[in-house]
Design a protein around this ligand. Sequence first.
Ligand code: ZN
Length: 419
Amino acid sequence: MSIRKFIWVIPIFLFLFFLFFLFHKTEEDKVITIIKNKKNTIVGINYPRTKYGKLNKEIKNYVDNIYNDFKDYDSFLHINGKAELNIDYAYFLADKKYMSITLYSYIDSSLLTTPLKEVKTFVYDIQKNKFINIIDLVKDKEELKEKIKEELLIKYGNRSYNELLTTSYLKEVSFCLSEDRVTIYLPNYENINAPLLIHIPYSYFKIKTEEKEKEVFYYHTKIKTIDTEKKVIALTFDDGPSRYTKEILKVLRKHKINATFFVLGNKVSLYEDTLKEMIKDGNEIGNHSYNHKLMSNLNENEIKEQIQKTQEILTNKLGYTPVSFRPTYGSINKKVKQSTSMHITLWTIDTLDWKIKDPNRIATRAMKAKDMDIILMHDSKGRTIKALDILIPKLLDKGYQFVTINELEEVKQIRKKIK
Ligand code: ZN
């Protein structure tokens, strides 16, 4: 039989493939999240994934380099101690064309007296598809130099800054854009041990700043009836939102139930749509810190900042203020308890969906639930969606009502009163 006879099948296959990809488009990652809790190392990495390949490549290279270096800790920390790597980011699009991404890396370990911190900035022109330097954006070079000098003198005292103020030097300098200003990082200089950091107003740059109209998001509180005498159970999802969260919301909607999502503050602005959907459906949003640093390693002020920054961004962007806080890695101590008046929520059943690959096995672990249990899952994996579709109908059949954490607390209070 000649192969040629069947050659016509190829274009048909290709066409079907094309259709498959066209209609089977799941949402793309907007933020890449890597969270690991190993014996000697803790890793919490969040960084954006944009539509721009060239930019993504540079960001990923930078993150991979740090992550690979960090992996060495695992081998030489075998005696004692633990090391933590955290990578966090800031994202801003200025004038609809300048994308500014800043990565903050943080390494803490028992081998260091103070944590290592590093800032890396990327500013990318999305219309011209290229990286840009601060001189590309400036209205008048000499005016900018004068302004930088003025700011340096105020902040770091009377020194000669001439070396830092040449055009060729400034072209290499790290800077980032945010809502109301441009921030410049100048490397360590003349016995000043941290990078010099100064802010310059947008008036020095060829960047149009628009007064953003603050759009208010309205939602109706869903009225629910919960039978406090019947068994209740709470599904919770950590570390999101992610590309899978909307799919999870679909499954919850299909079975007419709600859950609680413990989200990270640094993901809020890139997943506003997902979060709005979540709230409209009647789900609860909880606070899971700003960038997933290990809470028990931080001091009280740092813990407060982690919680507060997340509360603020949710309140400002969505008009929603969480009442529950879940510490990262379930790490809870006296400092964490003292740092917040929020309700601290852990879990009673861990589905291990971050580790177990088989959705059936994940579902089986959740099926062990009893009345008042809190089930821990993550909205960062596709298999969790499948597991949900298995376990929800089964638990509904057993007579369970799915409630949010806040509702679970209410049930607890009501039952106490009746007793
Ligand atoms: Zn987490």
